[in-house]
Structure formats: structure tokens, C-alpha cells
Design a protein around this ligand. Structure first.
Ligand code: 0CN
Ligand code: SF4
Length: 343
């Protein structure tokens, strides 16, 4: 991972200087997995017509969920709320084999919008479980991704939510312990947990590749680059969005004087801007750019008209759509019945 600042570019100077400025993190907002998941639902609506069902929030963003709901998507918590034979989309955060089985038992037609980078972690769990490892999954209890990932091998996975939880772990064979993680954690906090794990289990096996995904890492690097200069950092993202919430913590750890998360510009409190000259703005991986534009407009109305991009990486990752909505590919089967991994 690089912490190099690639560029800082002025973006707009449209009136007299006020001494107030915005630093705009780049990359921010939609990652390839979210883009794919949202497009999957849109394409499913186009192809099959409303209503279609989505298990859990397709991505953790209020605006996205509300917009899709208005277009005829019915969000459910579990597959047993979906009528027999209907179409259900699984969210970007992934589902356990048990969910695939229950969908299959109800004859549901399924489209799996699990991010391929989450699927990769599922695959790692299956591989290490088959090799009879104890698997320490670093992640947040109750988060849908962790439930899906742990569900690949519930008897062999133990969840750890931070360094302090390490002492409670028990393993069968200390030479066969591997750590894996949720994709949307704080890199620094995860490394602190891994350090504690390695103190306890010196032979600890690392994941074959980073489980914290490129998008999570890149957004944290960008916010870190700008945070020391910021009196205030505004992170656009929803409260249940792990990667968005992490950006607030990372900003504060990296030296931002204050940092807040908002879903919408209207939630920016006027008092936050008191005695502020530099505002950093970023957004989580599930956040449409229009919401960031709303915050920038509000800031401009308050004298923050100068916007400088703080660019630490450029992203080119694109994932193909899942089976069932891959238009124009004759080899693609239609929606799946039963289990389907996009591998
Ligand atoms: O906000 P998200 O929908 O999810 P979390 O950050 O809470 O995991 O962003 C997309 C991430 C995935 C998978
Ligand atoms: Fe995939 Fe990462 Fe985006 Fe989650 S945040 S959907 S793991 S690319």
C-alpha cells in the first residue's frame, strides 16, 4: 500500500478568496463492487420488472436503498419473506451457504451481487477449513459480510473484533491458525489485532492476499493524506456502512481536528464550520457522487468555494455483472436456482 500523495490540484476559483478551502479526497465514493451491485439491481428491474426482492440492503447507503425502493425493489431481511418462486438479489456483502440453501428450498430465482472480493474471502475460508485450520476472522459482529463469510465454516471460524478480543480465542493446534478479515476494516486497527494474534500464535498464517479490499485501503490512504491539514473532515456515508464509518476514525487518527459522517448535506451542522478554514471531504465506497456534490454546494454557500483534489491513487477496477443480468452474453445462463458463486 502506498501513502504517496500523487497530486493536489485546484478545481475551482470562482470568486474572491475567502481563506477557506475544501480538500476533496480522491479516490472516494463508489467502488467496483458497489457499482456492480447497484447496476445488477437496476438491470434486474429492467429485465424482470417490479417488484423484485433484495435480501438486505444491496449496499449500505440510505439514498441508494430509498431510490431503488421507489423503483419497485422490496428489501427483505431473510429469504423466507420472499414469495415462493420470486426473484431475489443477494447484496454486495455476500451470503452464507445456508442462505443459498434456504433460497433453493423455496424455489427462489436468485442473482448473486456479492462483490467478487468478498467471494474471494469466502473461498479462503473454504480452503483453510478444508485444510483443518482454525480461522480467526477479524471483523465486526453482526455485520452481514462477516455473517456470510463465517457461515462458510461456522465450526472453524472465530470472530475477533479488535486486539482486546484476542485473549479469548482458543484453538486446537497452534501451528494451524490463519487470520482472515472483513473487507472494509481500518487497515491500522486490523494490523494491531494481527500483532496481538501473532504474539499469542507465533506460527500464525497470513491470508494469501489482502482481504481488506483495494477500495477500502485507497479511501483510507486519501483521507490520511489530507487529514493533518483539516480543521474538519466530512465523510459522506451511512451509519451502517463499515467502510464509511472507518473513514471518520481514520481521519481523526491521522490528525483531523474534527470529523463527522453525514448521509446528506442537510445534516452538516452550521456550528461545525465555526473557526474552520480547511474542510476535507470524502465518501464511502457505497456513496453516490451526487451526495458529495450536495455537501460541496453547501460548503460553497458558506464561503468554501476553493476546492483542491487530494489524489493518492487512481482506480481502474471494473467487475463484470453477475449471471442473470449479463446482457448480450449468449453463454450466460438466466437467473440461477440454488447456489451460484461468481468465480
Ligand atoms: O457501505 P457498504 O455497502 O458496506 P460496508 O462498508 O458496511 O461493508 O460498502 C460496500 C462494501 C462491501 C462489500
Ligand atoms: Fe467489494 Fe471492496 Fe467495494 Fe466491498 S468495498 S463492494 S469488498 S470493492
Amino acid at each position: 500500500m502506498t501513502h504517496t500523495l500523487i497530486s493536489t490540484q485546484p478545481q475551482a476559483h470562482d470568486s474572491a478568496p475567502t481563506g477557506k478551502r475544501v480538500l476533496l479526497a480522491e479516490p472516494r465514493g463508489y467502488c467496483a463492487g458497489v457499482d456492480r451491485a447497484v447496476e445488477t439491481v437496476e438491470k434486474a428491474l429492467e429485465k424482470h420488472g417490479a417488484p423484485i426482492y433484495v435480501r438486505k440492503e444491496i449496499v449500505h447507503n440510505r439514498h441508494v436503498v430509498q431510490t431503488l425502493r421507489e423503483q419497485g425493489v422490496i428489501f427483505v431481511d431473510e429469504t423466507d419473506e420472499v414469495p415462493e418462486g420470486a426473484l431475489v438479489v443477494f447484496s454486495a456483502h455476500g451470503v452464507s451457504p445456508a442462505v443459498h440453501e434456504s433460497a433453493s428450498a423455496r424455489n427462489l430465482r436468485t442473482i448473486d451481487a456479492t462483490c467478487p472480493l468478498v467471494t474471494k474471502v469466502h473461498r479462503e475460508v473454504r480452503r483453510f477449513a478444508a485444510d483443518d485450520f482454525d480461522i480467526v476472522l477479524i471483523g465486526h459482529a453482526g455485520h452481514e459480510e462477516v455473517e456470510g463469510t463465517a457461515g462458510e465454516a461456522p465450526d472453524q471460524v472465530q470472530l475477533v473484533d479488535g486486539p482486546d478480543a484476542v485473549d479469548a480465542i482458543t484453538v486446537r493446534d497452534e501451528s494451524k491458525v490463519v487470520w482472515l478479515s472483513q473487507t472494509t476494516l481500518s487497515v491500522d486497527e486490523t494490523m494491531a489485532t494481527v500483532q496481538r494474534l501473532r504474539q499469542r500464535f507465533p506460527a500464525l498464517t497470513d491470508p494469501p492476499s489482502d482481504d481488506i479490499c483495494y477500495a477500502t485501503q485507497n479511501r483510507q490512504v486519501a483521507v490520511k493524506a489530507m487529514a493533518p491539514e483539516c480543521d474538519l473532515v466530512i465523510v459522506v456515508g451511512s451509519g451502517n456502512s463499515s467502510n464509511s464509518v472507518r473513514l471518520v476514525e481514520v481521519a481523526l487518527d491521522a490528525g483531523a481536528r474534527t470529523a463527522y459522517r453525514v448521509d446528506y448535506a442537510r445534516q452538516v451542522e452550521p456550528g461545525w464550520l465555526d473557526n474552520v478554514r480547511t474542510v476535507g471531504v470524502t465518501s464511502g465506497a457505497s456513496v453516490p457522487e451526487i451526495l458529495v456534490r450536495g455537501v460541496l454546494e453547501l460548503l460553497a454557500q458558506n464561503g468554501f468555494r476553493e476546492v483542491q483534489a487530494v489524489t493518492t491513487a487512481s482506480e481502474t477496477v471494473v467487475f463484470s455483472l453477475p449471471r442473470g443480468v449479463r446482457a448480450g452474453r449468449r453463454s450466460s445462463p438466466d437467473v440461477q436456482s440454488g447456489r451460484a458463486h461468481d468465480e
